[in-house]
Write a protein that binds this ligand. Sequence first.
Ligand code: CA
Length: 256
Amino acid sequence: MSTAVVHYAAAALSDRGRKRPSNEDAFGFSVEHGVYVVCDGMGGAAAGEIASSLAVDEVLRLLTSRAGDEAAPLEQAPKEVVEQAICAANEAIYFRAQRNPQLSGMGTTLVGLLTGERRVLVFNVGDSRCYRLRDRRPDQSGLEQITLDHSLVEEQVRIGRMTPAEALRSPLRNVITRALGTQSCVTPDLFELEAEPGDLFLLCSDGLTRELSDPLIESLLGLDLPLDGLCARLVNAAKKAGGQDNITCLLVRAES
Ligand code: CA
């Protein structure tokens, strides 16, 4: 492995898709602070939009502006910092829903990335995903799903009670088993990785992964385009494939 300093570049795009009346996905990032977040909200009326944007705002605020701390959060105690930020975002949504009956039951998924120089921390709640594309031998897939979905069907697949094909067709495929805002406390999964120059991280909502297979996502990410061009290709492909749900993708590239 090279010892070159790694920098990061990012781009993101969110789209209502072709069937939904509004966009309940949200994203936010700060390359300067190394924080990247995608959320997919749920709930009646405007509740899903409120939940997802509250989560993005809270997590970004807490991970970018820790009073008096000049160092990036990842250089300190990253896991605790992320868990605290997610806990605070969860409480903000949960208590807002408790105060307003119209927002009752609102919640959101969250997938995020925290970058230090080389260390990368991926965290998730729900079924929004993080993938990493890394150059491999031509006969090997370079795309790896980092997160595990907190969804009923994916958990059935993992313990061998359902096949991936059955999961795709299941009427329970929308049921997620962990979300922000629906309970007083939530714990994210955390994945600590080492980035190499050239690594491309994709954070996305299920509106992308329900429409596009992993091999198709990999081939689109391999196109020789700037990051915003890749985001547009991914979103357009998901819309062309049906666009049943809101579609969001956030790309982060490690560069030497
Ligand atoms: Ca969705």
